[in-house]
Design a binder for this molecule. Structure first.
Ligand SMILES: *[C@@H]1O[C@H](CO)[C@@H](O)[C@H](O)[C@H]1NC(C)=O
Ligand SMILES: *[C@@H]1O[C@H](CO)[C@@H](O)[C@H](O)[C@H]1NC(C)=O
Ligand SMILES: *[C@@H]1O[C@H](CO)[C@@H](O)[C@H](O)[C@H]1NC(C)=O
Ligand SMILES: *[C@@H]1O[C@H](CO)[C@@H](O)[C@H](O)[C@H]1NC(C)=O
Ligand SMILES: *[C@@H]1O[C@H](CO)[C@@H](O)[C@H](O)[C@H]1NC(C)=O
Ligand SMILES: *[C@@H]1O[C@H](CO)[C@@H](O)[C@H](O)[C@H]1NC(C)=O
Ligand SMILES: *[C@@H]1O[C@H](CO)[C@@H](O)[C@H](O)[C@H]1NC(C)=O
Ligand SMILES: *[C@@H]1O[C@H](CO)[C@@H](O)[C@H](O)[C@H]1NC(C)=O
Length: 437
């Protein structure tokens, strides 16, 4: 469990600040296993698993267009730069995922005042973030425009429909943005939630539209061992070939699914395959083979996509790509910051090796799945997110962090302020879903 899993937030708030301090100290003590979460350097020295089908990869390179190669040739990790050559883009259609952030004087679609669904760690305005420049940008793909999210239109099309967003706390960040965009037209009622408010369901009664978030950070079956303060007491046990029933058991209920893997795959874990331990990552049991996290990520994605291609039920599925973080001057555990106030220009920051690696796996497996007939669309938010170091909560995940009596935790340079750049993900979702882009 990392600090950045702010699902703990309601719990911590109830217990007061001293609990947060205790949790933070405890996390520092077990920091050894956590320091790898964001430390890309630790990964670059690891022997990484080979792609399974080398031929596949070559084909991917051959498909790439010149613009992508230009971008690719400027990255520090040429062998993973073929991320950009995946042929998910349809010829003659504008690539929504390549572009730039342009000035947007009209500002965000909602504020901390107009949306009560922003959870405290994302509510940068309320928490006292002084600069507001980060709110005045709009994602502009080269060669076309993404229309802004239209709540009225969206809800009308989604009448009688049911959505599930499946994943981790970044997905929750995304869902909050979606709800905030929708509340202008209709305020939903929460109809169900689990004990820790990790999985939740809302109903928009006027439109008979159901929106669920299903907490499944690995998408696969995982046993986690945590004490009541949310601190791991043993490694996660992750079953690479068994999907998480929490979402597969409900799969048939949904017309639309937005799903993503993510940072949890970087955690210390013991890996199971075919009911046998095959190795582990950063674990204490020294007699196990160390397996770098790209292998489990690929295996789980293969299981997920196999499930999609072989299930009779064919919802509209969006797969959202890897989210980069923007820690600078350190990592999350040793004072890393993200205090920039404007976006990067394309090429100014290229992401870390681990980002490139995990993204490449996603794109390769996505491509393989579409070849196998799944009804899938890619929501490739990686590059537009990469350019927004200014959009994270940073210190403003806590209320007025610089006040005299405030207890500050580490900066959050992974999750996003609301409103903020993540709202643009929903502009893209709307376009992909309604306009068939
Ligand atoms: C990318 O290209 C720019 C301009 O040509 C150059 O200044 C920069 O060092 C390059 N970056 C990398 C990582 O190669
Ligand atoms: C919203 O943020 C502003 C500061 O930008 C603050 O003054 C106000 O109290 C906040 N309101 C709520 C409801 O969070
Ligand atoms: C709401 O939508 C569901 C399908 O998602 C449908 O079965 C049900 O009849 C609808 N209810 C109303 C009141 O329209
Ligand atoms: C929604 O469901 C209700 C009840 O089943 C039905 O009367 C209505 O026509 C449906 N609307 C749409 C847009 O499917
Ligand atoms: C799984 O393990 C069993 C023995 O435990 C073996 O018979 C079987 O072939 C294995 N299956 C795969 C797919 O490796
Ligand atoms: C590894 O060591 C543990 C005890 O630390 C033992 O229970 C387990 O059987 C060992 N596994 C292998 C594969 O040797
Ligand atoms: C951002 O943080 C770094 C490291 O703490 C500091 O050196 C720099 O001055 C800060 N920049 C701004 C604009 O606050
Ligand atoms: C592609 O998908 C097929 C069918 O699920 C699977 O057997 C194969 O291993 C996959 N290949 C790669 C490279 O993932």
């Amino acid at each position: 469990m990392g600090w950045w899993d702010w699902d703990r937030w309601p719990l911590l708030q109830r217990r007061g600040n001293h609990m947060f301090v205790k949790l933070f100290v405890a996390l520092l003590l077990v920091g050894f296993s956590f320091r790898f979460f964001f430390a890309s350097d630790s990964f670059s020295s690891l022997p990484l698993s080979q792609p399974e089908e080398v031929e596949d990869v070559r084909e991917v390179i051959a498909d790439s267009d010149p613009l992508d190669n230009d971008f690719a040739s400027n990255t520090s990790v040429p062998e993973v730069a073929l991320q950009d050559g995946i042929e998910y883009r349809q010829k003659d259609k504008c690539d929504l995922f390549t572009g730039e952030w342009v000035s947007n004087p009209s500002g965000p679609a909602y504020t901390n005042e107009s949306c009560s669904f922003i959870e405290p760690p994302q509510n940068c305005m309320k928490n006292g973030r002084p600069d507001t420049g980060y709110l005045y940008w709009r994602w502009k793909p080269y060669g076309c425009d993404v229309p802004l999210f239209d709540a009225e239109k969206f809800l009308n099309v989604m009448r009688n429909k049911s959505w599930a967003l499946i994943g981790d706390s970044i997905l929750r960040n995304h869902v909050q943005s979606l709800i905030c965009l929708l509340v202008k037209v209709e305020v939903p009622v929460e109809v169900e939630h689990d004990k820790q408010y990790k999985s939740r369901r809302w109903h928009f009664a006027l439109h008979n539209f159901t929106l669920s978030i299903i907490w499944s950070p690995f998408l696969a079956k995982a046993e986690t061992f945590e004490n009541e303060d949310g601190v791991s007491t043993a490694e996660i046990e992750l079953h690479l070939d068994v999907l998480d029933k929490k979402w597969t058991s409900q799969y048939e209920n949904f017309d639309y699914i937005l799903i993503s893997g993510g940072q949890w795959f970087l955690k210390a874990a013991i890996y199971w395959e075919n009911k046998t331990i095959i190795g582990c990552h950063n674990c204490q049991r020294k007699n196990l083979t160390d397996i770098p996290p790209d292998y489990p990520f690929r295996k789980v994605l293969q299981s997920v996509y196999r499930f999609f291609t072989t299930s009779k039920h064919k919802p509209f599925i969006l797969y959202r790509t890897w989210t980069p973080d923007h820690f600078e001057n350190g990592e999350w555990f040793n004072g890393g910051t993200c205090n920039r106030t404007v976006p990067y220009k394309e090429g100014e920051f290229l992401g870390r090796d681990i980002d490139h690696l995990m993204l490449r796996i996603e794109l390769e497996e996505f491509k393989n799945a579409t070849r196998n007939g799944a009804r899938l669309k890619l929501l490739d938010t990686y590059r537009l997110s990469l350019l927004r170091p200014d959009g994270h909560s940073g210190p403003y995940r806590t209320f007025h962090p610089f006040d005299k009596n405030s207890v500050r935790g580490p900066n959050d340079c992974l999750h996003w302020c609301l409103p903020g750049p993540i709202d643009s993900w929903n502009d893209l979702v709307m376009d992909l879903v309604l306009n068939g882009n």
